[in-house]
Design a protein around this ligand. Structure first.
Ligand code: PEP
Ligand code: CO
Length: 448
């Protein structure tokens, strides 16, 4: 292929996997044009702050917590849903910061996570074969053929839902809700009464005491902005490239291009081909980037990805998110860690312990075992210990709701219970209790 210089459109000259078969080109054009005229959702300066924060992670001085839904839902745009998800992420961050003594960089799979890559173009729902659900940015999850037709007006709807979500996240994290004196109210009722909720409550009480102690010593806490506000960033998989292109803007300060649909964008396991459209697009934007790595990736491919996505070797620019599965992590991850370490690329390493551990239960539901999730995390920490590299973070799918989607954990959810509160539109998520439990385990691994 002849090399043309990068532009927000240059991905169009490359093969783009996972793009929906939009039925009407004119409608698509109209939607994309509308998006081009809408204001950016995030600012370039914020993306640069996240790169700096992730640089601290890459250097081994901080930890990344990237978490949220597998697929956000158009049906779930309520203050309660957003707040409850934020609560869990803040709680997990407290457990990690307090339990392991490292600053935690908080990034939501929120305010834009509306598109899903699918292994197969069709799926069996009950007795009927339907076109696969591709995320609410593309089609609807209802089990009928009409709902599954891609609809470009959904691109615009996704932008607006992202804007409202982000607005509320900003209000919550900057307007008092994330103040450290509020640690108790993040513990939701149904969590507080559980073992892991009580464990969290202990930490919250200790933090309270420490704050009172400092006040009693005459330390002026009201001016200490980091106690009262939280930096919370957004991220999603950059999958539907027309949407990402339309929200890509040139920063007036630096002249660089930023994809202003989120602070951080990642490329998935199914679209990370080195000559493909997704890698081409991401290579030219200045946001911090992620790349998922499954068990089939070779060390040579990982180096190609590093060179393509982080040619200037900027710490914080590239987060490699391994998702090997608990059975594969100990053999598949170490060669990658060693090769990247020896190449001199300073990347952030994160573990997605979810996507390599998915299976279909006897009842036909996609699920994951809490023990497999934990097993992959153990393997990830152990591999880093052996390679002398920093296990920089975790990437998990969770919800603030009391769902029954993943098996095991303290509540010990069994296969027969999965149907009780199974509400995900895509992959199974950890519920609030399982998430807090996991944070305690990760803190232990970090300390160890
Ligand atoms: C995801 O993060 O929801 C996803 C599809 O992951 P992966 O690309 O790792 O399969
Ligand atoms: Co998923």
């Amino acid at each position: 292929m002849t090399q043309v210089s990068w532009s927000p459109q240059s991905w169009r000259l490359r093969p783009a996997a996972q793009q929906p078969p939009w039925p009407d080109d004119d409608l698509l054009e109209r939607a994309l044009k509308e998006l081009c005229a809408l204001p950016p959702l995030v600012f370039a300066g914020e993306a640069r702050s996240l790169t700096r924060a992730l640089g601290e992670v890459a250097e081994g001085r901080a930890f990344l917590l990237q978490a949220g839904d597998c697929a956000e839902s158009f049906a779930e745009l309520s203050a309660d849903t957003i707040r409850d998800k934020l609560k869990i992420i803040l709680q997990m961050a407290v457990v990690l910061t307090y339990g392991a003594g490292v600053p935690v960089v908080k990034v939501g799979r929120m305010a834009g996570q509306f598109a899903k890559p699918r292994t197969s173009a069709t799926e069996l729902v009950g007795e009927v074969q339907l076109d696969s659900f591709r995320g609410h940015m593309v089609n609807d999850d209802a089990p009928n053929p009409q709902a599954r037709v891609p609809d470009p007006s959904r691109l615009v709807a996704a932008y607006h839902q992202s804007a409202s979500t982000l607005n509320l996240l900003r209000a919550f994290t900057k307007g008092g809700f994330a103040d450290l004196s509020q640690v108790h109210i993040w513990n939701q009722q149904f969590v507080a009464s559980s073992d892991e909720g009580r464990r969290y409550e202990q930490i919250a009480a200790e933090i309270d005491r420490a704050l009172h102690f400092m006040e009693a010593c005459g330390i002026e806490l009201s001016s200490e902005h980091s106690l009262h506000q939280v930096d919370f960033y957004t991220s999603h998989e950059a999958l539907i490239l027309g949407y990402e292109e339309a929200l890509t803007r040139r920063d007036s300060l630096t002249g660089d291009f930023y994809d202003c649909s989120a602070h951080m964008l990642w490329v998935g396991e199914r679209t990370r081909q080195i000559t493909g459209a997704h890698v081409e697009f991401l290579a030219g934007i200045k946001n911090p980037l992620g790349c998922k790595l499954g068990p089939s990736v070779t060390p040579e491919e990982v180096i190609e990805i590093c060179e393509r996505l982080d040619p200037d070797r900027v710490p914080g620019r590239l987060t490699l998110i391994s998702r090997m599965g608990t059975d594969r992590v100990t053999d598949a991850l170490p060669p990658l860690l060693e090769t990247v370490r020896d190449s001199g690329h300073l990347v952030t390493w994160a573990c997605d312990p979810m996507h390599g551990n998915t299976f279909v239960s006897n009842g036909g539901r996609k699920t994951r075992r809490f023990d497999d999730i934990l097993g992959e995390l153990r393997g990830f920490f152990e591999a880093h210990r052996q390679a002398g590299t920093w296990p920089g973070g975790v990437h998990v799918e969770l919800t603030g709701d009391d769902v029954t989607e993943c098996l095991g954990g303290f509540g010990d959810i069994a296969e027969e219970q999965l149907h009780e509160r199974y509400t995900t539109t895509c992959d199974p998520r950890l519920n609030a209790r399982q998430s807090i439990d996991l944070a305690f385990r990760i803190a232990e691994l970090l300390r160890g």
